[in-house]
Design a protein around this ligand. Structure first.
Ligand code: HEC
Length: 121
């Protein structure tokens, strides 16, 4: 009898953990659920720090991955405007950075920068 209760309890634990893991993955990427940003977003104040922290280790210098430099206002703007930077930072199946999507709050800043017209400062 005791054993059955124990096994039942173990099953509930496993199911709870599984449920939490799957729902977290679904919730994680939703920029649309965040309140809108009210401040003006600029490259110098907001975007540069995000790119420096998360991207330039692979996207700078002579061996930049995919030949993509993300080291200045102009080349980050070009990657967002003409390239697929926005698509990749929001692409859950093929994300940039490759280690996984950045938090929605961070991606929302980049989206807003684009919506505001790529302000430099
Ligand atoms: C650990 C290394 C690494 C990091 C960090 C990284 N990237 Fe990449 N990136 C790559 C590699 C490798 C490729 C080429 C393969 C691919 O497209 O998946 C690539 C490709 C890309 C492409 C596609 C370029 C093209 O011409 O198709 C974009 C856009 C991009 N990265 C943007 C970013 C941004 C923005 C960040 C930061 C938020 C970032 N990457 C962080 C390694 C990295």
């Amino acid at each position: 009898m005791q054993k059955k209760i124990y096994i039942g309890f173990a099953c509930i634990c496993v199911l709870t953990i599984f449920y939490n893991c799957t729902t977290n993955t679904i919730d994680e990427g939703d920029v649309a659920d965040l309140p809108p940003i009210v401040e003006t977003i600029t490259y110098d104040d907001d975007v540069e720090a995000i790119i420096t922290t998360n991207c330039i280790s692979c996207h700078s210098g002579p061996n930049a991955n995919a030949g993509l430099q993300l080291t200045s206002y102009l080349n980050v703007k070009a990657a967002a405007e003409q390239g697929n930077l926005l698509n990749r930072i929001n692409n859950a199946t093929n994300p940039m950075p490759q280690s996984g999507l950045l938090p929605p709050e961070t991606r929302q800043i980049i989206d807003q920068w684009v919506a505001d017209g790529y302000l430099e400062n």
